[in-house]
Design a binder for this molecule. Sequence first.
Ligand code: PBG
Ligand code: ZN
Length: 262
Amino acid sequence: MKLIQPIFVHEGDTQDTKLGKDNKLYSLYDVEDRIRADQDLGVTQFLLFLVPLTKDNEPTWSWQADATYKIKDLVKHDATIICDVCLCSTTEDGHCHVHDAQHTQTLLTNYAQAVVNAGADVVAPSDCQKNTVFNIKKVTGATVMSYSAKFRSTFYRGWREAVKIEKAIVRDYQLDVHDREGAIARSKQYALDGADYCMVKPGMPCLDLIEPIKRATGKPTGAFQTSGEWLGIGAPGSMRECADIFKRAGADYLITYGARLL
Ligand code: PBG
Ligand code: ZN
Protein backbone atom coordinates (compact mmCIF):
# COMPACT_ATOMS: atom_id res chain seq x y z
CA MET A 1 0.00 0.00 0.00
CA LYS A 2 1.46 3.32 -1.11
CA LEU A 3 1.37 6.26 1.28
CA ILE A 4 0.54 9.78 0.16
CA GLN A 5 1.20 12.87 2.29
CA PRO A 6 -1.12 15.87 1.81
CA ILE A 7 0.49 19.30 2.09
CA PHE A 8 -1.29 22.65 2.29
CA VAL A 9 0.55 25.28 0.28
CA HIS A 10 -0.45 28.88 0.93
CA GLU A 11 0.02 31.90 -1.27
CA GLY A 12 0.40 33.97 1.89
CA ASP A 13 2.37 33.42 5.09
CA THR A 14 2.60 30.15 6.99
CA GLN A 15 -0.33 29.67 9.36
CA ASP A 16 -1.19 27.09 11.98
CA THR A 17 -4.12 24.73 11.46
CA LYS A 18 -5.90 22.43 13.87
CA LEU A 19 -4.39 19.47 12.05
CA GLY A 20 -1.19 19.75 14.07
CA LYS A 21 2.22 21.32 13.99
CA ASP A 22 3.33 19.30 10.97
CA ASN A 23 0.22 20.04 8.93
CA LYS A 24 0.33 23.81 8.67
CA LEU A 25 -0.73 25.98 5.80
CA TYR A 26 2.80 26.46 4.43
CA SER A 27 4.03 29.48 2.55
CA LEU A 28 5.90 28.74 -0.65
CA TYR A 29 9.03 29.64 1.27
CA ASP A 30 8.44 27.35 4.29
CA VAL A 31 7.10 24.44 2.27
CA GLU A 32 10.63 23.70 1.16
CA ASP A 33 11.76 22.65 4.66
CA ARG A 34 8.54 20.73 5.21
CA ILE A 35 8.98 18.68 2.04
CA ARG A 36 12.67 18.06 2.62
CA ALA A 37 11.94 16.86 6.16
CA ASP A 38 9.18 14.60 4.84
CA GLN A 39 11.48 13.17 2.19
CA ASP A 40 14.01 12.45 4.96
CA LEU A 41 11.21 10.59 6.76
CA GLY A 42 10.64 8.48 3.66
CA VAL A 43 7.67 10.20 2.02
CA THR A 44 7.77 9.76 -1.76
CA GLN A 45 4.29 10.96 -2.78
CA PHE A 46 2.73 14.32 -2.00
CA LEU A 47 -0.80 15.58 -2.57
CA LEU A 48 -0.79 19.36 -2.84
CA PHE A 49 -3.69 21.55 -1.77
CA LEU A 50 -2.85 24.89 -3.33
CA VAL A 51 -4.56 27.65 -1.36
CA PRO A 52 -4.61 31.13 -2.93
CA LEU A 53 -4.72 34.28 -0.83
CA THR A 54 -7.80 35.76 -2.44
CA LYS A 55 -11.10 34.38 -3.68
CA ASP A 56 -11.62 34.77 -7.40
CA ASN A 57 -14.35 33.28 -9.57
CA GLU A 58 -12.18 33.74 -12.67
CA PRO A 59 -8.78 32.40 -11.59
CA THR A 60 -5.90 32.25 -14.06
CA TRP A 61 -4.14 29.50 -12.02
CA SER A 62 -0.81 31.22 -12.49
CA TRP A 63 0.10 31.16 -8.79
CA GLN A 64 -0.92 27.49 -8.58
CA ALA A 65 1.29 26.73 -11.58
CA ASP A 66 4.24 28.64 -10.07
CA ALA A 67 3.84 26.80 -6.76
CA THR A 68 3.73 23.42 -8.50
CA TYR A 69 6.78 24.27 -10.57
CA LYS A 70 8.77 25.30 -7.51
CA ILE A 71 7.83 22.19 -5.56
CA LYS A 72 8.46 19.82 -8.45
CA ASP A 73 11.83 21.44 -8.92
CA LEU A 74 12.84 21.13 -5.28
CA VAL A 75 11.92 17.45 -4.98
CA LYS A 76 13.78 16.76 -8.24
CA HIS A 77 12.79 13.41 -9.69
CA ASP A 78 12.59 11.61 -6.39
CA ALA A 79 8.96 12.24 -5.60
CA THR A 80 5.52 12.05 -7.15
CA ILE A 81 3.62 15.33 -7.07
CA ILE A 82 -0.14 15.00 -7.16
CA CYS A 83 -2.20 18.18 -7.42
CA ASP A 84 -5.71 18.35 -6.03
CA VAL A 85 -7.81 20.09 -8.67
CA CYS A 86 -11.01 21.80 -7.54
CA LEU A 87 -12.58 25.24 -7.53
CA CYS A 88 -13.58 25.51 -3.87
CA SER A 89 -10.35 27.08 -2.63
CA THR A 90 -11.02 30.03 -4.89
CA THR A 91 -14.79 30.42 -5.43
CA GLU A 92 -16.40 33.21 -3.44
CA ASP A 93 -19.15 30.91 -2.07
CA GLY A 94 -16.77 27.99 -1.34
CA HIS A 95 -18.49 25.58 -3.70
CA CYS A 96 -16.63 23.20 -6.02
CA HIS A 97 -18.30 24.66 -9.11
CA VAL A 98 -19.44 27.98 -10.54
CA HIS A 99 -22.99 28.53 -11.77
CA ASP A 100 -22.50 27.46 -15.35
CA ALA A 101 -21.59 23.76 -15.71
CA GLN A 102 -19.72 24.35 -18.97
CA HIS A 103 -17.67 27.13 -17.43
CA THR A 104 -16.94 24.94 -14.41
CA GLN A 105 -15.44 22.42 -16.80
CA THR A 106 -13.36 25.06 -18.55
CA LEU A 107 -11.96 26.35 -15.25
CA LEU A 108 -11.17 22.86 -13.93
CA THR A 109 -9.56 21.75 -17.17
CA ASN A 110 -7.48 24.92 -17.31
CA TYR A 111 -6.36 24.32 -13.73
CA ALA A 112 -5.33 20.76 -14.53
CA GLN A 113 -3.49 21.85 -17.66
CA ALA A 114 -1.68 24.62 -15.76
CA VAL A 115 -0.31 22.28 -13.08
CA VAL A 116 0.54 19.54 -15.59
CA ASN A 117 2.50 22.08 -17.63
CA ALA A 118 4.25 23.05 -14.40
CA GLY A 119 5.35 19.47 -13.80
CA ALA A 120 2.61 17.78 -11.75
CA ASP A 121 2.83 14.01 -12.17
CA VAL A 122 -0.81 13.31 -11.35
CA VAL A 123 -3.97 15.42 -11.14
CA ALA A 124 -6.67 14.60 -8.64
CA PRO A 125 -10.02 16.25 -9.40
CA SER A 126 -12.07 16.41 -6.18
CA ASP A 127 -14.99 18.50 -7.46
CA CYS A 128 -17.52 15.62 -7.89
CA GLN A 129 -19.03 17.11 -11.05
CA LYS A 130 -20.02 15.11 -14.11
CA ASN A 131 -17.52 15.03 -17.00
CA THR A 132 -14.53 16.48 -15.14
CA VAL A 133 -12.43 13.33 -15.38
CA PHE A 134 -13.38 12.93 -19.04
CA ASN A 135 -12.48 16.50 -19.93
CA ILE A 136 -9.25 16.60 -17.94
CA LYS A 137 -8.11 13.33 -19.46
CA LYS A 138 -9.03 14.46 -22.97
CA VAL A 139 -7.31 17.82 -22.72
CA THR A 140 -4.22 17.02 -20.63
CA GLY A 141 -3.66 13.29 -21.18
CA ALA A 142 -2.29 13.28 -17.62
CA THR A 143 -2.55 10.52 -15.05
CA VAL A 144 -5.81 11.09 -13.17
CA MET A 145 -6.51 10.08 -9.58
CA SER A 146 -10.26 10.46 -9.24
CA TYR A 147 -12.00 11.12 -5.94
CA SER A 148 -14.45 8.64 -7.42
CA ALA A 149 -16.56 7.77 -4.38
CA LYS A 150 -16.69 10.89 -2.28
CA PHE A 151 -19.45 11.26 0.26
CA ARG A 152 -21.10 14.29 1.81
CA SER A 153 -19.54 13.90 5.22
CA THR A 154 -19.03 15.48 8.60
CA PHE A 155 -15.37 14.39 8.49
CA TYR A 156 -14.11 17.32 6.38
CA ARG A 157 -14.38 20.18 8.82
CA GLY A 158 -10.70 20.41 9.77
CA TRP A 159 -9.76 20.71 6.11
CA ARG A 160 -12.36 23.38 5.44
CA GLU A 161 -11.16 25.35 8.42
CA ALA A 162 -7.56 25.08 7.20
CA VAL A 163 -8.41 26.35 3.72
CA LYS A 164 -10.93 28.92 5.04
CA ILE A 165 -14.16 27.54 3.66
CA GLU A 166 -17.34 27.75 5.70
CA LYS A 167 -17.36 24.54 7.75
CA ALA A 168 -21.04 23.69 7.38
CA ILE A 169 -21.30 24.19 3.61
CA VAL A 170 -23.53 21.52 2.04
CA ARG A 171 -22.23 19.97 -1.15
CA ASP A 172 -25.19 18.25 -2.76
CA TYR A 173 -22.96 16.99 -5.59
CA GLN A 174 -21.22 14.69 -3.12
CA LEU A 175 -22.75 11.25 -2.51
CA ASP A 176 -25.25 10.51 0.22
CA VAL A 177 -23.75 8.07 2.75
CA HIS A 178 -26.58 5.59 2.19
CA ASP A 179 -25.85 5.41 -1.51
CA ARG A 180 -23.70 2.34 -1.97
CA GLU A 181 -24.82 1.62 -5.54
CA GLY A 182 -24.32 5.25 -6.52
CA ALA A 183 -20.76 5.16 -5.22
CA ILE A 184 -19.95 2.10 -7.30
CA ALA A 185 -21.76 3.43 -10.39
CA ARG A 186 -19.97 6.78 -10.19
CA SER A 187 -16.60 5.12 -9.80
CA LYS A 188 -17.31 2.95 -12.85
CA GLN A 189 -18.25 6.02 -14.86
CA TYR A 190 -15.11 7.92 -13.84
CA ALA A 191 -13.02 4.86 -14.71
CA LEU A 192 -14.64 4.75 -18.17
CA ASP A 193 -13.99 8.49 -18.43
CA GLY A 194 -10.27 7.85 -18.03
CA ALA A 195 -9.48 7.76 -14.31
CA ASP A 196 -6.29 5.80 -13.63
CA TYR A 197 -6.93 5.53 -9.89
CA CYS A 198 -10.15 5.38 -7.90
CA MET A 199 -10.65 6.49 -4.31
CA VAL A 200 -13.04 6.31 -1.40
CA LYS A 201 -13.47 9.30 0.89
CA PRO A 202 -13.77 9.57 3.86
CA GLY A 203 -11.54 6.56 4.45
CA MET A 204 -12.45 4.43 7.44
CA PRO A 205 -16.21 5.08 7.02
CA CYS A 206 -15.90 3.67 3.47
CA LEU A 207 -13.83 0.54 4.12
CA ASP A 208 -16.69 -1.59 2.82
CA LEU A 209 -16.47 0.03 -0.61
CA ILE A 210 -12.78 -0.38 -1.40
CA GLU A 211 -12.94 -3.95 -2.71
CA PRO A 212 -16.25 -3.54 -4.58
CA ILE A 213 -14.96 -0.43 -6.37
CA LYS A 214 -11.69 -2.12 -7.20
CA ARG A 215 -13.58 -5.07 -8.63
CA ALA A 216 -16.12 -2.96 -10.54
CA THR A 217 -13.54 -0.64 -12.11
CA GLY A 218 -10.43 -2.80 -12.41
CA LYS A 219 -8.47 0.26 -11.24
CA PRO A 220 -6.11 0.59 -8.30
CA THR A 221 -8.28 1.97 -5.52
CA GLY A 222 -7.21 3.83 -2.42
CA ALA A 223 -8.65 5.72 0.52
CA PHE A 224 -8.41 9.26 1.84
CA GLN A 225 -8.20 9.35 5.63
CA THR A 226 -9.73 12.79 6.03
CA SER A 227 -9.13 15.63 8.43
CA GLY A 228 -11.89 14.54 10.82
CA GLU A 229 -10.50 11.03 11.01
CA TRP A 230 -6.99 12.35 11.53
CA LEU A 231 -8.19 14.55 14.40
CA GLY A 232 -9.51 11.41 16.09
CA ILE A 233 -6.10 9.77 16.20
CA GLY A 234 -4.58 10.37 19.58
CA ALA A 235 -3.16 7.23 21.10
CA PRO A 236 0.35 6.04 20.26
CA GLY A 237 0.13 3.39 17.58
CA SER A 238 -3.29 4.44 16.30
CA MET A 239 -1.91 5.70 13.00
CA ARG A 240 -0.13 2.42 12.38
CA GLU A 241 -3.26 0.52 13.33
CA CYS A 242 -5.31 2.54 10.85
CA ALA A 243 -2.80 1.93 8.07
CA ASP A 244 -2.92 -1.80 8.79
CA ILE A 245 -6.72 -1.70 8.61
CA PHE A 246 -6.72 0.08 5.25
CA LYS A 247 -4.27 -2.51 3.99
CA ARG A 248 -6.49 -5.31 5.28
CA ALA A 249 -9.43 -3.74 3.42
CA GLY A 250 -7.46 -3.92 0.16
CA ALA A 251 -6.48 -0.28 -0.29
CA ASP A 252 -3.77 0.16 -2.94
CA TYR A 253 -2.88 3.54 -1.49
CA LEU A 254 -3.66 5.66 1.54
CA ILE A 255 -3.74 9.42 1.66
CA THR A 256 -3.19 10.45 5.28
CA TYR A 257 -1.95 13.47 7.22
CA GLY A 258 0.16 10.95 9.10
CA ALA A 259 1.98 9.44 6.09
CA ARG A 260 5.25 10.90 7.38
CA LEU A 261 4.85 8.96 10.65
CA LEU A 262 4.54 5.54 9.04
C1 PBG B 1 -13.36 19.56 -1.65
C2 PBG B 1 -12.45 18.85 -0.70
C3 PBG B 1 -12.81 18.30 0.52
C4 PBG B 1 -11.64 17.80 1.11
C5 PBG B 1 -10.61 18.01 0.21
N1 PBG B 1 -11.12 18.67 -0.90
C6 PBG B 1 -14.16 18.09 1.10
C7 PBG B 1 -15.17 19.15 1.14
O1 PBG B 1 -14.91 20.31 1.46
O2 PBG B 1 -16.34 18.82 0.89
C8 PBG B 1 -11.56 17.16 2.46
C9 PBG B 1 -10.22 16.66 2.89
C10 PBG B 1 -10.12 16.39 4.35
O3 PBG B 1 -11.09 16.55 5.13
O4 PBG B 1 -9.02 16.01 4.78
N2 PBG B 1 -12.89 19.62 -2.95
ZN1 ZN C 1 -13.87 21.36 -3.90
